[in-house]
Design a protein around this ligand. Structure first.
Ligand SMILES: CC/C=C\C/C=C\C/C=C\CC/C=C/CC(=O)SCCNC(=O)CCNC(=O)[C@H](O)C(C)(C)COP(=O)(O)OP(=O)(O)OC[C@H]1O[C@@H](n2cnc3c(N)ncnc32)[C@H](O)[C@@H]1OP(=O)(O)O
Length: 302
């Protein structure tokens, strides 16, 4: 077996890019929870996993009502479920979707970024980085079955997937809308977007914080397919079959070749990226902007 940049070629699991990342090791309790997935469903309170070992795939459903905002708990459970599937050679692909009606994910949990202390912000941001790195460099085929609104961090998660299917509903907008909150998408959010839709479209989308409705999302390449709502899952399954028809080693090495440089940019500066985030989010002006935004979200109802 040849070794290519730390990847063992010839076995199914080609690379575990996070194994050497600082802070990547899981605690003892979490490690004990690992193991073979088998045919029964597993998961956690916030992440349901429905395995289909015969097909070599699993459907992973985010279930953190009301809007799948990415709390520290959800991020942690997400990473654990992902690692379980990555470590089980039965699985070659994951369909990522939501169990919350009308929302894929509302993005980062604003409550994690408001009124907390710097140590909390640092811990939170490290968890956000960790999930992105694992998803972006996953060995598995990841297909996003986007069955709801998909702003900001929700969009980022979908952009780490190899293919995005979006339900055709005008409420199901997708994009990196950070500027609308008075915050700035970090460079690795931006890089992920640029790698998907190109520089000029990203520049406009990021500055204006555009949330694209389905037809426009398809037009700019933010998603790969728009289908009627009741066909999202079946379409994701047939797209998965097409991706799984490619030999794993060739596809995985190609994915790594396309994505590694982007991931490495963050890996090389994880700590300074955390410090930037903590400094930025702790500013009074940013805290005020987030409070105003949260207030507007709450008012919407009343
Ligand atoms: C040079 C650069 C220098 C420095 C940069 C360094 C670092 C960068 C710094 C910061 C970057 C941080 C990046 C952040 C990315 C993000 O993801 S921020 C989150 C953005 N998300 C949104 O804007 C989505 C907001 N939500 C919505 O639009 C709607 O909720 C949604 C369309 C998703 C669903 O609508 P609906 O079904 O009608 O539900 P409600 O709006 O009624 O919401 C239900 C309750 O959920 C609460 N909620 C909604 N979203 C969030 C959230 N993201 N976090 C926490 N809570 C949320 C909402 O308030 C309702 O709560 P209530 O029931 O009223 O208590």
């Amino acid at each position: 077996m040849a070794l290519v940049a730390g990847m063992r070629v010839g076995s199914r699991v080609l690379f575990r890019p996070w194994a050497w990342l600082p802070g990547a090791a899981l605690g003892r309790k979490e490690s004990a929870a690992r193991g073979r997935v088998g045919a029964r469903g597993f998961g956690s309170q916030r992440v349901l996993v429905e395995p289909d070992p015969a097909a070599g795939i699993a459907v992973m459903k985010l279930k953190s009502p009301p809007v799948n905002s990415l709390s520290l708990e959800l991020l942690t459970e997400f990473v654990i479920s992902l690692e379980k599937l990555e470590n089980d050679k039965t699985f070659r692909g994951i369909i990522l979707t939501s169990d919350c009606p009308g929302v894929f994910s509302a993005g980062l949990d604003l409550m994690e970024m408001c009124g907390k202390n710097p140590a909390h912000y640092a811990e939170y941001w490290k968890a956000v980085q960790e999930l992105w790195l694992r998803l972006y460099l996953s060995n598995l085929v990841l297909i996003a079955a986007i069955n709801g609104a998909c702003p900001a961090g929700g969009c980022l998660i979908s952009l780490t997937c190899d293919y995005r299917v979006l339900a055709d509903n005008p409420k199901y907008v997708i994009g990196l809308n950070e500027t609308l909150l008075g915050i700035v998408a970090p460079f690795w959010f931006k890089d992920t977007l640029v790698n998907t839709i190109g520089h000029r479209t990203s520049e406009r989308a990021l500055q204006l914080g555009i949330l694209f409705p389905p037809a426009e999302a398809l037009q700019v390449g933010m998603v790969d397919k728009v289908v009627p709502e009741d066909q999202v899952q079946s379409t994701a399954l047939s797209v998965m079959a097409q991706w799984l028809s490619i030999p794993d080693h060739a596809r995985q090495l190609t994915k790594n070749m396309m994505r590694k440089a982007t991931a490495d940019r963050l890996v090389k500066q994880r700590d300074s990226d955390i410090q930037n985030f903590v400094g930025f989010i702790s500013r009074d002006s940013i805290q005020k902007s987030l409070q105003v935004y949260l207030g507007k979200l709450r008012q919407k109802k009343g």
